[in-house]
Design a binder for this molecule. Structure first.
Ligand SMILES: Nc1ncnc2c1ncn2[C@@H]1O[C@H](COP(=O)(O)OP(=O)(O)OP(=O)(O)O)[C@@H](O)[C@H]1O
Length: 290
């Protein structure tokens, strides 16, 4: 653990209860003040079990990123509660949230990997840093980094490069490896494959599916039902700031209950029988049925 963390702040060891990894209840989030105050989330409740993958889908502006950012302590809730690893973190101070993020219990991957990677650090330094912060010995950290580089189908030759010297797909794989290398209990992935071409998208989804076996819970956010359907155990549908439907992935895809979900299913380019991009559609279907 970092020397900066005080005793009142959480450590990975302190947050290892047997209940849900994440429990969000009645979450309300507003942006702006007085007349400019706008509601972004209303009454959102969601529970994520250890090792479970929950997909969150919704159109632009539905509140997906707001939910991710609130669960990471980057946006403050106006009402409701957030419990991570059995610990009620709703009223945490900024410093406590920073401590929680640095503790490695919860990690995150954003759409743009350049946001999570320091442009001046080599890939090796970027991947090693979160382990060293947690007090992992240097030789063990180096071995763990190489293991994750291999799992992410990255070449070790990339380790001494800077993020700017990698392709978008390679960078995003590094960002995913960085989030997973501490073996967190919960990873929030906000549109992790949206900026990638279809080959990279399918490959990263396949790797994420393999990693579920490790027991890490994933919250996978996307506007694209097709990307989420292949790896999620459960899917939640956000519409205008409300969670209008949650259910087993297959049920939501095959028997959508809410009209908005039906619309999403019908317009998901990877699920409907459109002639375009057939290879990707088939690969995603195979993931769904694997
Ligand atoms: N910092 C902010 N200040 C004010 N309003 C915001 C802010 N961030 C988001 N919003 C508003 O909150 C609502 C939800 O935004 P959010 O970014 O969570 O949606 P989203 O589903 O992630 O959309 P996208 O798929 O486009 O990223 C939108 O109406 C948005 O305009």
């Amino acid at each position: 653990m970092s020397a900066e963390l005080s005793q009142e702040e959480p450590s990975a060891g302190a947050l290892t209860g047997g209940g849900p990894v994440l429990e969000v209840s009645g979450l309300e989030v507003h942006y702006g003040l007085r007349r400019r105050r706008r509601r972004a989330l209303h009454g959102v409740s969601l529970s994520v079990a250890p090792g479970e993958t929950v997909g969150l889908i919704g159109e632009t502006g539905s509140g997906k990123s707001t939910l991710a950012r609130t669960v990471l302590g980057l946006v403050r809730a106006s009402a409701g509660s957030i419990v991570i690893g059995g610990q009620n973190v709703t009223a945490y101070s900024r410093r406590q949230w920073r401590g929680l993020r640095r503790s490695g219990v919860v990690q995150y991957v954003f759409q743009d990997p350049l946001r999570s990677l320091d442009p001046d650090l080599t890939i090796e330094a970027s991947l090693t840093e979160p382990l060293l912060i947690r007090g992992t010995a240097a030789d063990e950290a180096a071995a763990r980094v190489r293991a994750y580089v291999s799992r992410m189908r990255l070449s070790e030759d990339l380790l001494d490069r800077l993020p700017g010297e990698l392709s978008g797909g390679q960078r995003q794989r590094v960002a995913v490896a960085r989030a997973l290398v501490t073996e967190p209990r919960l990873v929030i992935l906000d549109e992790p494959v949206s900026a990638l071409d279809s080959a990279n998208r399918v490959q990263i989804l396949r790797i994420l599916k393999e990693l579920r076996a490790d027991g890490t819970a994933l919250v996978f956010i996307s506007h694209d039902l097709g990307s989420v359907a292949g790896i999620a155990d459960r899917i939640g549908v956000l519409y205008q700031g409300e969670l209008v439907e949650t259910g087993a992935a297959r049920d939501v895809v095959n028997h959508p209950g809410h009209a908005y979900t039906r619309l999403l299913v019908n317009s998901a380019p990877t699920l409907r029988a459109a002639p375009a991009d057939r290879a990707e559609r088939e690969a995603l279907r195979a993931l769904l049925h694997a």
